[in-house]
Design a protein around this ligand. Sequence first.
Ligand code: PBG
Length: 328
Amino acid sequence: MTSSFPQSRLRRLRESTMLRVMTRETSLSVKDFVYPLFVAHGKDVREPVEPMPGVFHLSLDRLAEEVTEVSQLGISAVLLFGLPDHKDARGTEAYAYDGIIQEAVRVIKQAAPDLLVITDVCLCEYTDHGHCGVIVQGRVDNDETLELLARVAVSHVEAGADVVAPSAMMDGQVGAIRYALDDGGYPLVPIMAYSAKYASAFYGPFRAAADSNPQFGDRRGYQMDPANAREAIREMEMDIQEGADMIMVKPALAYLDVIVRARQAFSHPIAAYNVSGEYSMVKGAAANGWLEAHGAIMEVMTALKRAGADIIITYHAKEVARWLNAEQ
Ligand code: PBG
């Protein structure tokens, strides 16, 4: 039972920095963080992504310096997105031996062998129609897409990826990838499943960055309805049954309740994806002098951890790592 005032004064433990630090419930570590990267063809490309200040398209020859920095900061992993040269109906470059991601993985494994390389497994950046799967009779066909996603995942792992992260929101994608990896001789490569991925307006800046806007319709036929939380648990249950090793909630900030529910329901590591629009909101407001970036960003990161996330995927990872390292 909590005693009441004046026996109890909650302010006592807030009196000094040392007391606050000692009794703090949540802490952040640089090891919690995953940094997303956009990799492009071409030479000497370091092109700013306009709505995401501090984020760039990088060509393969500029990748080594970037991942060396990320690794030196102590960040655990990078998550790779690719900008292909060529788009077509079946997203062929997504599973090509010399596709942009496959090449990027090889470069990173050379330059920063200690950094975990996680690859996003999806088709939307590679299809000319911009959808995450194959189109059959005007609709994204679930079962036709599974085989392609499995090929994408295996091609990433053959190039050296440490973890694959399927994000297409096709039913059965985790199972199809698990089967293909096992069959291909990779039973120990884990899957980080984008399990509860919502059809969100917060992906807007990413789609500009990755040039992956659907050319017709939208993604509501496969991504989740933002109104649903119980359904997120069903998504996670299914992914876990299909062999997911880690589960993800995405976006993060508008879905803290889903992170809490996931933490209560499962023992698996949970990743929260602090997406492009969440990044742009903070950066945009800070650039206008409307809020103080350091405080706002650390508060967001702490909230994701407090809600129950073990892993935080964020474009803020490098600045957060610098701040955390400076506190040491
Ligand atoms: C690909 C994918 C998307 C994001 C990650 N993987 C875009 C989408 O589903 O439209 C969004 C990431 C972000 O907004 O930061 N399917």
